[in-house]
Each structure stands twice: as structure tokens, then as C-alpha cells.
Ligand binder design. Structure first.
Ligand code: SAM
Ligand code: FES
Length: 371
């Protein structure tokens, strides 16, 4: 079998990855890497960092996230803003507030605004499309959207309005576990949405939570494989953290006591998805306060998503407990992020940080194929 232990550079990595003819070999190799300990674990982190450097460079792209509404019609079993959680004070920002918040990112080296909310928030599809148009007309920002499963026509309309990217995690690759956690949705429906987005030429991001109750190392390996099969432009992963006001309140993370697994998953993800944009997600800081996201950047990640939600709303968008930055202003977060990036010897990305995949023209979000 090919041995990822002996890689020395990107060309060799490409050769190694393309020589994996059989999915079983990839899965077995992923499992082996997820089991790394001692010197092998250090080697895994170094390899992931080197692959990140060779394939996506030293720049860290800042994508400011605005959590513009916590209204959600879904009841995902793990999620703190699920519809049945009566302890949440619900809010929705107006389009003007969102535009104003996005405009403030420009001075903070943030080249993308990420617009995220629960599913079925109070902004209508058309109103939201107009907002995308305005942001694209009035600012130089790229626009990433994260609003869950939507019909093809809605994605197409938002794409026409100027949406550059979309984030929709598949959460777990195991169909039974997926359905158990999302009573109103199947994995197939979620994957169908991802296929729509790819077909529409939207830069597409997905990913999963690490350690959902019921997850096995085999499922984790399959999650990493699914990211690779989908050939994603962006991949976001982060540890599952139990929220006290959900039906899973007492269900510990599947790797409770072995939190190193969160970083192992990230490092392996990078090695098997060399050209994807991978954020150091907030949940890493919730588990490892103050250092989680720095370590993630040193073990495969190349994107940071500072929280730009107006400070008075942040504590109401609590997907899980221990979420950092709930009391800081957007400016404080921006200063802190710049310091963190520089402290690990990296630079802040200057351009939009579009997809590195061949189907997109470099520096332009228009697809070169499929049109
Ligand atoms: N409605 C959009 C969607 O469903 O994609 C965006 C909002 S959703 C709350 C954002 C992400 O939060 C989910 O994809 C999920 O992975 C993550 N999340 C929710 N609850 C979590 C928890 N308890 N621990 C860790 N991550 C969680
Ligand atoms: Fe709102 Fe899952 S409960 S997205």
C-alpha cells in the first residue's frame, strides 16, 4: 500500500493520491492516520501543515461572519437554536443593519462576508437576493451564504444576484445517523442541495461535526472520504459540543477524553483535500480556549472567520456552550484575529480567496466549465 508517511512534496502527494485506485485503500489509510500517536502524530501534523503551505499558501483569508437571524424552523437534535428551544430570545437583523455591518468589514482586511442564519428566517428569498445585490454593488466583498436546504430555484436566483459561495455541512456521512439527528431531512436531500449548488457554479462548501453521539472512527473516515468525493471548494469541520437545552444534552462527544482526535481529523482532511479552503472553526476555540483556532491553522487550516455579528445579538446565537467572542465587538475581534495570524508567522490574505479548483478562474468566481 502507498504510504503517506513518506511524502515529501505536493507533486509526490498528487501522485500518491491519484494512485489510490480503490476507496477501501483510502479509507484504510485514513483510519491508520487517525490512529497516529507519538512521533507519527507529530509527523501527521507536519505533513498537513506542509501540504497546506504548498497547496494553498501562507495567507489566511478572513471571512467575517454575520449571524443575522437565530429563527429556525428545524429541530436538529444537537443545535442550540433549534425551533423547540424556548429559552432562545429570537432576533433578525434588518437588511440595512446587515449591509452596514458588512461595510464595516472592509477596513478590517475581511474580503468576504458570510451571511448565516437558521433555516426559514424572516427574510424572504427576494428580499435576501436584493441584499446580496446591494452588498455586491456597494462593497468589494465576496458573498458567502449559509441558510440551509433550499430549492434549486432559490439557489439559482441568489446566484444571479451575485452570491459567490454557499456553505451547507452534510454533518455526517452515515444516512441513519443523519436522519436520527435531523427528523425532517435525509442525507440524500442534503447531498442533492450540494449537487444543485455545484451545478449552478456556486463555490460550494460542506463538512461535518467531529464526534457526534453515535459516530465511530469508521464514520469519521467516511466523512473525510465524502468531502473528497464531493470535490468541495471549502470544507468546514469542528467538534460537536453538547448544548444543555437540546435532547442530546447528556450525550458526550464520541471522542470525550481523546480531544486530540479533533486535530487529527483536520490534519487528515487537509492531506486528502489539498486544495480546499479549510477554516479554523470557532468550535476549536470552544474546546481549547484561546489556542484552538491557532493550532487548527498550524495543522491544516487556511481560513479564519471572525465573528462580526453585532455584539448585542451574539449571546442569542449560541449553537453550543462556550462559544468564544460573545462579548467582543467586531473591531476587537478583528484586532485579535490579526494578532493571532501574525503570532504564528502567517499573513492575512489580500484577495478574495476564491476557490483553487480548476473549474473556477483564478481571482474570479465565474466557473469555466458547466456553462
Ligand atoms: N441553517 C444553516 C445550516 O443549517 O447550514 C446554518 C446554521 S447551522 C446552526 C451552522 C452549523 O452549526 C451546523 O452546520 C452545525 O454543524 C453547527 N452546529 C450546530 N450545533 C452544534 C453543536 N452543538 N456543536 C457543534 N457544532 C454545532
Ligand atoms: Fe436550525 Fe439545525 S436546528 S439549522
Amino acid at each position: 500500500m502507498n504510504n503517506v508517511d513518506t511524502m515529501t512534496g505536493f507533486s509526490e502527494l498528487k501522485e500518491t493520491l491519484s494512485s489510490f485506485k480503490c476507496a477501501e485503500y483510502i479509507r484504510e489509510t485514513i483510519m491508520q492516520l487517525l490512529n497516529s500517536k507519538g512521533d507519527k502524530l507529530e509527523r501527521l501534523y507536519q505533513d498537513a501543515d506542509r501540504v497546506r503551505q504548498e497547496c494553498v499558501g501562507d495567507e489566511v483569508y478572513l471571512r467575517g461572519i454575520i449571524e443575522f437571524s437565530n429563527i429556525c424552523k428545524n429541530d436538529c437534535l444537537y443545535c442550540g437554536i433549534r425551533a423547540s428551544n424556548r429559552n432562545v430570545k429570537r432576533y433578525t437583523l434588518s437588511p440595512d443593519e446587515i449591509l452596514e455591518t458588512a461595510s464595516a468589514m472592509i477596513g478590517n482586511q475581511q474580503t468576504t462576508v458570510v451571511l448565516q442564519a437558521g433555516e426559514g428566517s424572516t427574510l424572504m428569498d427576494e428580499e435576501f437576493g436584493n441584499l446580496i445585490r446591494k452588498i455586491k454593488q456597494e462593497t468589494p466583498l465576496s458573498v458567502t451564504v449559509s441558510l440551509g436546504n433550499r430549492p434549486y430555484e432559490t439557489y439559482r436566483y441568489w446566484r444571479e444576484c451575485g452570491m459567490d459561495r454557499y456553505l451547507l455541512r452534510f454533518e455526517t456521512s452515515d444516512p441513519d445517523l443523519f436522519h436520527l439527528l435531523h427528523p425532517a431531512c435525509t442525507l440524500e436531500e442534503r447531498l442533492e442541495c450540494l449537487r444543485y449548488l455545484i451545478e449552478l457554479g456556486v463555490q460550494t462548501g460542506s463538512g461535518f461535526m467531529i464526534g457526534l453521539p453515535g459516530e465511530t472512527p469508521e464514520i469519521l473516515a467516511d466523512n473525510i472520504m465524502l468531502c473528497r468525493t464531493l470535490d468541495l471548494d471549502m470544507i468546514g469541520i469542528g467538534p460537536y459540543i453538547p448544548h444543555p437545552d437540546t435532547p442530546l444534552a447528556d450525550e458526550k462527544n464520541a471522542y470525550n477524553g481523546d480531544e486530540e482526535m479533533f486535530f487529527k481529523a483536520l490534519a487528515v482532511l487537509r492531506i486528502f483535500n489539498p486544495e480546499a479552503h479549510i477554516p479554523a472553526t470557532t468550535a476549536f476555540d470552544a474546546v481549547f480556549p484561546g489556542v484552538g483556532r491557532n493550532l487548527a491553522l498550524q495543522r491544516g487550516a487556511n481560513v479564519f472567520m471572525p465573528n462580526s455579528t453585532p455584539v448585542q445579538y451574539r449571546k442569542d446565537y449560541l449553537l453550543y456552550p462556550g462559544k468564544p467572542c460573545v462579548d467582543e465587538t467586531a473591531d476587537q475581534c478583528a484586532t485579535c484575529v490579526a494578532f493571532r495570524v501574525e503570532s504564528i508567522g502567517r499573513t492575512i490574505g489580500k484577495g478574495p480567496g476564491h476557490s483553487r479548483k480548476g473549474r473556477f478562474v483564478k481571482g474570479n468566481s465565474s466557473p469555466t466549465v458547466g456553462k
